[in-house]
Design a protein. Structure first.
Length: 94
């Protein structure tokens, strides 16, 4: 198998998995989005809890809510809770 064939197969697998995810999760993702919107409209706050590998995803999501990213709007209220790997590593060595 050539490198190009390997890359092509990996991309095809990824695309198939993405389509399957969209088919199976679209309604749930929409419902979660509606819950977040309703929370914000009721003057609530979004609490993002992350740990380990999801920490970077939580930081990105928080950034999307706090900063405008091309849309004129005020920052949205969000609080991210989580431990950085540096903190966890420090705890492991003591």
């Amino acid at each position: 198998m050539t490198d190009l064939t390997c890359v092509t197969q990996l991309l095809a697998t990824h695309i198939e998995a993405s389509i399957l995810l969209a088919d199976q999760s679209a309604l749930l993702i929409y419902q979660v989005g509606q819950c977040l919107i309703n929370c914000l409209l009721a003057d609530g706050r979004i609490l993002v809890c992350t740990d380990g590998p999801s920490y970077a995803n939580g930081m990105h999501f928080e950034s999307l809510l706090l900063h405008r990213h091309g849309v004129e709007r005020p920052p949205l209220p969000v609080l991210r809770l989580g431990q950085t790997s540096a903190i966890l590593q420090g705890l492991d060595t003591t």
